[in-house]
Design a protein around this ligand. Sequence first.
Ligand code: BTN
Length: 372
Amino acid sequence: MSLPVVVSAEFADNLRIGKTGTTRKQEICRPATASRTPTKPGSHQLQPTDLRLGSIVRLLMQHATVVVSGTKIAQEVASSRSEVWRLIQQLRGLGVNVAGHPATGYQLRSVPDLLLPEILRPMVRGTIFDSHLHHFYKISSTNTAAMSAAADGGAEGTVFLAEEQTAGRGRGANAWQSPRSTGIYCSVILRPTLPPSEVLVLSLAAGLAVQAAIQQVDSRVKADLKWPNDLLIDGKKICGILTEMNAEATRVRYIVVGIGINVNQAGFPKDLPATSLRLVTGSEWSRVELTGALLKSLDREYRQLTQDPDARAEILERFSENSSWIFGKKVRIEENGFAFEGVTEGLDERGFLRVRTGHDVRIVLSGTVREK
Ligand code: BTN
């Protein structure tokens, strides 16, 4: 019999981006389905994006070279022409460049880079993520929404994506700045049959998945994995991962892996050691392409970890090979109000960081790791 102990854990990141407010409101968010409910004032943070928007974008993309009549769109989304006009206005509000009006019909001026389920679904077919994609124009935090949906029974593979987060969360009380349509803000629900002690490896595997997805989109860009949950380029943070779980003492009930990637930000405050893929490469990235690659590579890592008995050791080996932080790095560790310095000496079999301090080797369970 398992102990009815609820553990809500998160794994460390290492960048103090800023503090959130002193209190965090409990968010009530059901897993979003094919909602057609118009956004009510004041409740917009919890409303999933109307699925008809994705259908209209897909239709306009399929007929990119011609003007599509309001009547045809209305038939496609089972609405009236005036409703189509209203939805087109909403799309424009989301930054989608649509020409035309009800009398002439509509045409896309450029392919939108919105993370709409209709656009992403074909890219993630066959993965555990292909049937529960939820998109929000604006939300407080995709992790908070995903944790709440998981508590309500949300299925494994449910994905929460947002164009903007108003209270994006990092580790501890840190905030994650989440401006509109510039980064990727993505949280997934997983329900592995793992003991809680194995969850760190899953979190490390998520880092490997992000690293691989970035390289798949542009093979010149290799982010460094900073144990346990950051990705850096030129020493600056490009991605943070917040893994939270609900578990009994011996059994995980559910895990939410939240991934924030700095994609098209044009700059950061001077005191923030952060960068974006756009700043690194000098050109804009397709968030859609990167999110598709991310979900596919996360699916690969997750299947391997949950299906292959040798996966844990293999993931730790790959993490060590693809991180400059695991061997021979002079570091300062701050953990539970206590600090020490040493040199990294690999990962132990559970994925914790080994740090040599003189004759001793200490095991770092969480906390802040900085280069000395
Ligand atoms: C960190 O480095 O401190 C972790 C940052 C994690 C940010 C992501 S963005 C998507 C998801 N929703 C959140 O509120 N946080 C995570």
